[in-house]
Design a protein around this ligand. Structure first.
Ligand code: 5GP
Length: 197
């Protein structure tokens, strides 16, 4: 799909995909980025440790707590949260501007509070989608299989999932991910509808 509008006509939009950890969001986000060449990923800043296979500047900007606090002081974030105790995550204004200037709509993978904050700041310019897992049990199973979390971290994540599931009604759209190919297709439709003027 060709998508680069002329810069003068381009009105950058925001796509927010939020999901409990393990709901299959990463697969959906990757699929959308592959499908739409006018959509780019917003790389958040975080203070959490880098996981095996992650690349600084690609998955996140991995920064120290001091640097994160300095960025808060300098008003560099569109939004930020202490998503897990001691681990901060935030969307940089510079990241959003950079992508819009390049003629790209921006896709965010952020938590519930971040999504609500983006929606209240950007209104109709933003589409918020909540990716719903089939059940908490399935999620727990997926997270254990993924094997990236210690048992304490897994418990923290599951507690957050239970809380987040109550918020799905506040999103523009809900996307049930109980069958991945269907979820991918639905995600594609949602994005296409939203981006088509
Ligand atoms: P993870 O540690 O698994 O990469 O991400 C943990 C959570 O932080 C996910 O729910 C993810 O969506 C959220 N997150 C990532 N970046 C941001 C951000 O910039 N702002 C907010 N509010 N949440 C974020």
């Amino acid at each position: 799909m060709s998508s680069m509008s002329k810069p003068s006509e381009f009105e950058g939009k925001i796509l927010v995909f939020t999901a409990p950890s393990g709901a299959g969001k990463t697969t959906i986000v990757r699929h959308l980025l592959k499908t739409f060449d006018n959509v780019a990923f917003s790389v958040s800043a975080t203070t959490r440790p880098m996981r095996d296979g992650e690349i600084d500047g690609l998955h996140y900007h991995f920064i120290s707590l001091e640097a994160f606090h300095a960025a808060i002081e300098n008003d560099e974030f569109v939004e930020y949260e202490e998503v897990y105790s001691g681990s901060f995550y935030g969307t940089l204004k510079s990241e959003l501007e950079r992508q819009w200037k390049a003629g790209k709509h921006v896709l965010f993978d952020i938590d519930v509070k971040g999504a609500m904050s983006i929606k209240s700041q950007f209104g109709a310019k933003a589409l918020t989608v909540f990716v719903e897992p089939p059940s908490v049990d399935v999620l727990e199973e997926r997270l254990r299989m993924r094997g990236t979390e210690s048992s304490a971290s897994l418990e923290k994540r599951l507690a957050k999932v239970r809380k987040e599931l109550n918020f799905s009604a506040k999103f523009d759209k809900t996307l049930l991910n109980d069958h991945l190919p269907t979820a991918l297709e639905e995600a594609e439709h949602m994005v296409r509808d939203f981006l088509t003027p």
